[in-house]
Design a protein around this ligand. Structure first.
Ligand SMILES: *Cc1c(COP(=O)(O)O)cnc(C)c1O
Length: 219
């Protein structure tokens, strides 16, 4: 039951943490069910899928882009996206700023940090994130806000390793949160999925991105 799963996860969250229901590959009908159960934050990993679903669902939904984003697709989500979790370059941030300005919006963004012990995951290294946050060009980007970090732990059963990766990300978050720039206001740490969100919460996550634990496994 979607509603039961949502209520159970919501009940386990500290009051500063939010559930992002990851709805990739799931139908609009299932998303309506989640909406009725009180979940109004959806995460999609593909621009096209998000753009197709958004007009079919209530307007008060928060849309979170959690997958890799190409610069040439930013324009499609700029009118409505709430938070982009997957910023991995200054160039991409500049494009988000440009498209946000066209819609007179300020789009919130997270830097995706590479924390996993795997080659396939996107993201910035801690050094690259620090360099980006100190880049002089950042000051001109008045239509974006950098509000924190996102990371994916290694896909492993080794809880100690997952915990260590999340802990490292939290430490980086605390370190980078001291940087003072007009459009940088760190408050969100997006970490944790179905298999590891409990560990992520223990390590300081403020946003868990949960799909299969709510909607069942994807094909
Ligand atoms: C698919 C996905 C999730 C959710 O994964 P589940 O294991 O189904 O909870 C979370 N974050 C990202 C970036 C994803 O692509």
């Amino acid at each position: 039951m979607i509603a039961d799963a949502i209520h159970q996860i919501e009940a386990s969250l500290p009051d500063y943490a939010k559930l992002i229901a990851v709805t990739k590959t799931k139908s609009v009908a299932l998303m309506r069910e989640a909406y009725v159960a009180g979940c109004h934050r959806f995460g999609e990993n593909k621009v096209q899928e998000m753009v197709e679903k958004q007009p079919q669902l209530p307007a008060d939904i928060e849309w979170h882009l959690i997958g890799h984003l190409q610069s040439n697709k930013v324009k499609y989500i700029a009118p409505f996206v709430t938070l982009i979790h997957s910023i991995d370059s200054l160039k991409l941030l500049q494009e988000v700023n440009k498209q946000a300005a066209k819609h007179h919006r300020i789009i919130k963004c997270l830097l995706q940090i590479y924390i996993a012990d795997e080659e396939t995951k996107f993201g910035l290294s801690p050094d690259e994130a620090a360099i980006l946050l100190h880049a002089p060009e950042l000051d001109g980007l008045s239509n974006i806000r950098l509000v924190g970090l996102m990371g994916l732990a290694t896909n492993t059963n080794d809880e100690a390793q997952i915990r260590q990766e999340f802990r490292g990300l939290k430490q980086l978050f605390d370190q980078l949160a001291t940087i003072e720039r007009p459009n940088v206001q760190f408050k969100e740490l997006s970490m944790g999925m179905s298999g590891d969100y409990r560990i992520a919460l223990e390590e300081g996550s403020t946003m868990v991105r949960v799909g299969s634990a709510i909607f069942g496994s994807r094909n």
